[in-house]
Design a protein around this ligand. Structure first.
Ligand SMILES: C[S@@+](CC[C@H](N)C(=O)[O-])C[C@H]1O[C@@H](n2cnc3c(N)ncnc32)[C@H](O)[C@@H]1O
Length: 351
C-alpha cells in the first residue's frame, strides 16, 4: 500500500531517464521487418526432455514440506545442478507447477548439494542456501533486485519501453509465439522473466507442457508470484514454475529445453555472450530462442562514438549485427530479426 504512492509518472520517468537508450541517436528510417515463419527445412520434430522416475533416495530429506509420502518418486532431468550441470534428483510430487515444485526437494548426486523452494521461488543459483554471502552483481542486475523497481516494473516502468519502439507486451507476445510454433508442447524457459509478464502469458496459452519463469532478482520473482496468485485463471496446478537462477549458469541439462524466451533482457545481462552461449547449451536440437532488447545503435549511426558511449553506458546495448554475430558464434542458426526504432526482436535455433 505504501508503495502505491510511488507509482507516479514522475518517479518512473526519473528512474528511466538514465536507463533507456537515447532515441534521438537512432535512425527513424530503421525498417520494421515483417515476421515470417522459419523455413520448413529447418524445422525439426519436437522432442521434449522426458522426465524419468528413479529409485527413492532416503537421504534427500530437505524438502520444504514434511508430509511427502514414501510412495512419491524421485525424478531427474527437468532441473540441473548450477555447479556441475548434472540433472538434479527430485523428491516430491511430480510436475512443473507451483505446488509440486514447492513441495519438492532437489539434490545433486555429484555435488551432494540440496536445493529447495525459498520464500516463493525455487532457488537454483550457485549461492542457494548461503546465509552469509550475497554476491553483488553489476548494476544492471542489481537494479532489478530492488523491491521498488520490482514493484514498479509492471506498474509503469515497462510501459515506457514504447518510447523506444517496443510494440507492447500483447504484440511482443504474439510475435514471439509465431517463432515458438515448433516448440509447442515442450518446456519453455522465460529467462530474465522479471515479474513474469510474459511467463504468465505463455502459461495461460496452454501451448507448453511447462513454463519456467526464471530470473536472478528475488523481488521480481516475489512480484511474479503475487501476480500469479491474484490471477483467477491460475491455480496451484497451472504448469508454471518460478525459479531463481543466473542466466550465465542456467540450471538445466544440456540439450533439454524446447524454447527460451528472453524479453527486454540482453542489455541487462553482465555478459550477453556468456548468456547466449548458455542458452545455446540448454536448448535441444531444433529448440528456439527468441529475445528482445534495445539496440544502442541503428545501422545508420556513425560508429565514431561507440567506445565513448559504451564506457558511459552500464547496459550492454548491442548493434543489430553484433546480436546476429553473438548468436551465430555461439552455434545458433537460422537467425532472423525485426527492428523498430531501438527495439529488436531476434530469433535463432539450435541446429
Ligand atoms: C528489463 S527486465 C525484463 C523483464 C521481462 N522479461 C520483460 O520483458 O519485461 C530485465 C530482467 O533481467 C534480469 N536479470 C538481470 N541480470 C540477470 C542475470 N544475471 N540472470 C538472470 N536475470 C537477470 C533482471 O532481474 C530483470 O528482471
Amino acid at each position: 500500500m505504501a508503495m502505491a504512492s510511488l507509482t507516479t509518472s514522475s518517479s518512473i520517468a526519473l528512474l528511466n531517464k538514465s536507463l533507456l537508450p537515447n532515441r534521438s541517436s537512432l535512425s527513424s528510417s530503421t525498417p520494421l521487418y515483417r515476421f515470417s515463419s522459419p523455413p520448413s527445412s529447418v524445422r525439426s520434430r519436437f522432442t521434449s526432455a522426458s522426465i524419468r522416475a528413479v529409485a527413492l533416495e532416503p537421504e534427500l530429506n530437505e524438502t520444504p514440506s514434511s508430509d511427502i509420502k514414501e510412495t512419491e518418486t524421485v525424478e531427474t532431468q527437468v532441473f540441473a545442478c548450477p555447479v556441475c550441470y548434472e540433472p538434479l534428483m527430485r523428491k516430491g510430487p511430480s510436475g512443473i507447477n507451483l505446488q509440486a515444485i514447492y513441495r519438492s526437494g532437489f539434490k545433486c548426486g555429484q555435488c551432494n548439494k540440496t536445493y529447495s523452494s525459498k520464500d516463493e521461488y525455487l532457488d537454483l543459483t550457485v549461492t542457494a542456501g548461503f546465509d552469509s554471502f550475497n554476491e553483488v552483481k553489476p548494476i544492471t542486475t542489481e537494479l532489478f533486485r530492488s523491491p521498488l523497481v520490482s514493484f514498479l516494473y509492471e506498474r509503469g516502468w515497462r510501459q515506457n519501453f514504447a518510447r523506444s519502439g517496443f510494440p507492447g507486451p500483447d504484440e511482443e507476445f504474439r510475435m514471439a509465439e509465431e517463432y515458438f510454433k515448433e516448440a509447442e508442447g515442450g518446456v519453455l524457459v522465460d529467462v530474465s522473466c522479471g515479474s513474469g509478464l510474459f511467463s504468465r502469458k505463455f502459461a495461460k496459452s496452454g501451448k507448453y507442457s511447462g513454463v519456467i519463469a526464471l530470473d536472478y532478482s528475488e523481488n521480481m520473482l516475489r512480484q511474479c508470484n503475487e501476480f500469479i496468485k491474484k490471477d483467477a485463471t491460475f491455480d496451484s496446478s497451472t504448469n508454471i514454475a518460478v525459479v531463481r537462477a543466473d542466466v550465465s549458469r542456467l540450471p538445466f541439462p544440456s540439450g533439454s529445453v524446447d524454447a527460451v524466451h528472453a524479453g527486454a533482457a540482453l542489455h541487462c545481462w553482465p555478459s550477453p555472450t556468456n548468456a547466449i552461449a548458455e542458452i545455446c547449451r540448454v536448448l535441444r536440437s531444433g529448440g528456439v530462442f527468441v529475445g528482445t532488447t534495445f539496440l544502442r545503435y541503428s545501422p545508420s549511426t556513425p560508429g565514431l562514438s561507440d567506445l565513448f558511449n559504451r564506457i558511459l553506458q552500464n547496459y550492454n546495448y548491442l548493434m543489430q549485427d553484433e546480436i546476429k554475430d553473438v548468436c551465430t558464434t555461439c552455434g545458433l542458426t537460422d537467425y532472423e530479426d525485426i527492428v523498430q526504432d531501438s527495439f529488436i526482436m531476434f530469433t535463432a535455433r539450435k541446429p
